[in-house]
Structure formats: structure tokens, C-alpha cells
Design a protein around this ligand. Structure first.
Ligand SMILES: Cc1cc2nc3c(=O)[nH]c(=O)nc-3n(C[C@H](O)[C@H](O)[C@H](O)COP(=O)(O)OP(=O)(O)OC[C@H]3O[C@@H](n4cnc5c(N)ncnc54)[C@H](O)[C@@H]3O)c2cc1C
Length: 343
């Protein structure tokens, strides 16, 4: 059985690792190949801070987001408690999420993170003093960052160590892979690429620009959730300052106005950032969708599973979505009598 995973971003590699390790543990002969135009450090996730937290997911049902994001949180906990934590870039970090205009900070995931509690009035007042904004609601908790610049190479290494194969190739038409006799099963994790590959009109870019600075003294995350809000997310060697979320904007060039908004806004929240060394700016296009797509394509004879449209939370959901992809795959293989051994 040969499985082709198209797309080598965080979702492609979480699926690749989960599927390969599952079948190997069950002693089922399996080959897995990841085919992708780009790999780390050139995927959408590579510029992100990889903070755990559901964000920009369109109408994706909350119960599914909860399940998928818990799956990733559990995986990050497992990594953080393992000897691989440093290599995989997994950090445990305190977070403050703030909002204005009496908008409540979303908290349907509060049982997943550690010690989630509302900010007291006095704390909200303190956060409001550093800038001209009045924060009206807030939460504090502890969760993980898993910066894809480290997590992706870690997953790729783990996949290849177990015999997984990698092919660099742009796929112009998914049928190229579906009709290729080499592959029995195809899993599509092409993110925004699915817009063209499948002519999926429900897909759209949500442009995000960030700046990275050196500020190793900063050890907490601050997110201003209001529409014109900024965020500050430390990673292991740099701090990500954000950010923009421009729907249907496909411009991948750094915009000076966005940069000013980011730098000035973050300095207002944490004045110490004024003297932080600026490293670089980065733009990525989040794979936005009316609702995340994770399903079996019933129009094709071969098993085809789609897993794309993770918006602003591809890192947060990846391991949990990969579990559902694996479940769908096992069911389809059983239904079609593709393997005799116990799965
Ligand atoms: C500024 C910014 C900050 C973010 N911060 C966070 C965060 O803190 N936490 C979080 O959870 N998420 C964050 N995100 C969102 C996250 O980065 C994305 O949701 C995630 O990267 C999507 O992963 P993916 O694997 O589905 O798609 P991608 O990472 O886009 O990967 C798609 C892969 O498919 C390949 N591909 C596409 N089309 C083709 C084709 N035709 N042929 C062959 N290969 C193809 C690409 O080369 C790529 O390898 C952020 C995004 C941005 C832009």
C-alpha cells in the first residue's frame, strides 16, 4: 500500500508521521511519500510563531475545533515532557488575551490549556495603562508555542527515519497523482494551494504580516484580540510581533504601513521593545476557508482524503486533524477490504 500525501506543510507532515507510525506499529506494510512544491523553511507555518490557540477558522464547528486543538495540545505536552522538546521547539509559556468594547474573549477551549482564569478588573486596568486602549475583558493561562521552523524539521526527520519518502514537485492537477499507479491512496494537505488545485471557491487568503525582533528577556505572550489589535509571541530565539489579518489579500510583499502598525502597536504594549534589535519582516497567506475541509472525496474510485483550510490555526489543529485523517483512512481501507491484517 503506497500513500501519497500532497503538501509538505505542518498538516502534511503531521498526517505523514501519524499514518506511518500507526501502520508500522501494527506491522502493516506501508509506504508513505510526501510530495510538495515547498518544504520548511518555505511553508506558511514557517513564519508563524506556532502559538496554540484557535483563530480565524470561519464556520468550522466549535466541537470539532475543540477536539482537534486538544489533540495537538496533548501532543505538545507529550513532546514537552520528552527529550525532543528543544529540538522540536516546544515551549511552555504564560499568555494574556485581551479584548476591548465589551467583547468577551472566546474561551470554549479553556479546559484544554493550563490554569485558565479571567483577568480581574485591576489587571485589566494595568494592561490599559500602557496604551490609549481600554481593555474590557481578558484571560490568562499557560499553553505551548511550537515554532514550525523547528517543529517541521523535527517531524520531517522523524518521518524519514522511519522510512518515509519526500519528493519536491509542484502538482498542477491532483489527477496527476490520483491517476498515477504508484499510489493507492492520496491525502491532500495543500492549504491555500487547494484553491487552484480543486478550484475550491470557498478558499481565500488571510494575509498576515509579522516582524521578528531579538528580545530574549520577554517570557510571556500578549494578544490584543480587537480588530486593530497587536500581538507579541516569544519563540526560542526571537519574538514575533504581529500582526495583520487581511482577507482576500494575496500580496506577499512586506508593506511599510503594516510594519509601522506592528512595531508601534507592540511598543505601546511593551515599551521595552523600543530598543529591541529588528531581525526581519515576513508575510504569509493563511489558508482561509468558509469551514475547514476534512473528508473523504466520494467522487473518486481511489481513497482520497482532503485536509485543508486551517485558517489562522494550522499549527494548533494539525495533530488532532491528522488523527481524524487516520481514522477516515482506516475506515475506508476496511470498507474496501484493502488490508487483511488488523489495523
Ligand atoms: C502571520 C501568520 C501567523 C500565524 N500564526 C499562527 C500561530 O501562532 N498558530 C497557529 O496555529 N497558526 C498560525 N498561523 C496559521 C498557520 O501558519 C497555517 O494555518 C498553517 O501553516 C497551514 O498549514 P498547512 O500545512 O495546511 O498549509 P501550508 O503550510 O500552506 O502548506 C501547504 C503545503 O502544500 C504545498 N502545496 C500547495 N500547493 C501545491 C501544489 N499545487 N503542488 C505541490 N505542493 C503544493 C506547499 O508548498 C506547502 O508545502 C499563522 C499564519 C500566518 C500567516
Amino acid at each position: 500500500m503506497h500513500i501519497a500525501i500532497v503538501g509538505g506543510g505542518i498538516n502534511g507532515f503531521c498526517c505523514a508521521v501519524r499514518i506511518l507510525e500507526h501502520f508500522q506499529a501494527n506491522k502493516t506494510p506501508i509506504k508513505v511519500t510526501v510530495i510538495s512544491e515547498e518544504f520548511s523553511p518555505n511553508t506558511t507555518g514557517d513564519g508563524s510563531a506556532g502559538l496554540w490557540g484557535p483563530y480565524l477558522l470561519g464556520g468550522t464547528p466549535t466541537n470539532k475545533v475543540h477536539k482537534w486543538s486538544k489533540g495537538m495540545h496533548d501532543f505538545l505536552q507529550e513532546l514537552w515532557l520528552s527529550e525532543d522538546a528543544g529540538e522540536a521547539g516546544v515551549c511552555l509559556i504564560p499568555v494574556v488575551r485581551l479584548s476591548t468594547n465589551d467583547v468577551k474573549v472566546e474561551d470554549f477551549w479553556k479546559d484544554i490549556v493550563y490554569g485558565c482564569a479571567p483577568l480581574a478588573e485591576a489587571e485589566l486596568r494595568e494592561w490599559s495603562t500602557t496604551r490609549a486602549k481600554k481593555f474590557t475583558d481578558g484571560l490568562h493561562f499557560v499553553t505551548y508555542t511550537s515554532e514550525p521552523l523547528k517543529l517541521l524539521p523535527y517531524l520531517m526527520k522523524r518521518f524519514q527515519k522511519n522510512g518515509g519518502k519526500i519528493v519536491q514537485q509542484r502538482v498542477e492537477d491532483l489527477n496527476e497523482i490520483i491517476n498515477n499507479d504508484q499510489y493507492d491512496i492520496v491525502i491532500n494537505c495543500t492549504g491555500l494551494g487547494s484553491r487552484e488545485l480543486l478550484k475550491d471557491a470557498n478558499m481565500h487568503a488571510v494575509r498576515g504580516q509579522v516582524s521578528r525582533v531579538k528580545a530574549n528577556w520577554l517570557y510571556f505572550v500578549v494578544l490584543d484580540e480587537s480588530d486593530d489589535g497587536n500581538y507579541i509571541i516569544p519563540n526560542t530565539e526571537s519574538v514575533v510581533l504581529g500582526g495583520t489579518h487581511q482577507k482576500d489579500d494575496y500580496n506577499k510583499v512586506v508593506c511599510p504601513n503594516d510594519k509601522k502598525f506592528i512595531i508601534d502597536g507592540c511598543r505601546e504594549i511593551v515599551p521595552g521593545l523600543t530598543n529591541a534589535q529588528h531581525l526581519f519582516d515576513w508575510v504569509g497567506l493563511r489558508p482561509g476557508r468558509t469551514s475547514l475541509r476534512l473528508d473523504v472525496d466520494k467522487n473518486v474510485k481511489k481513497i482520497i482524503i482532503h485536509n485543508y483550510g486551517h485558517g489562522g490555526s494550522g499549527v494548533t489543529l494539525a495533530w488532532g486533524c491528522a488523527a481524524d485523517v487516520l481514522d477516515l483512512l482506516i475506515n475506508e481501507m476496511k470498507n474496501r477490504n484493502l488490508v487483511k491484517s488488523k489495523l
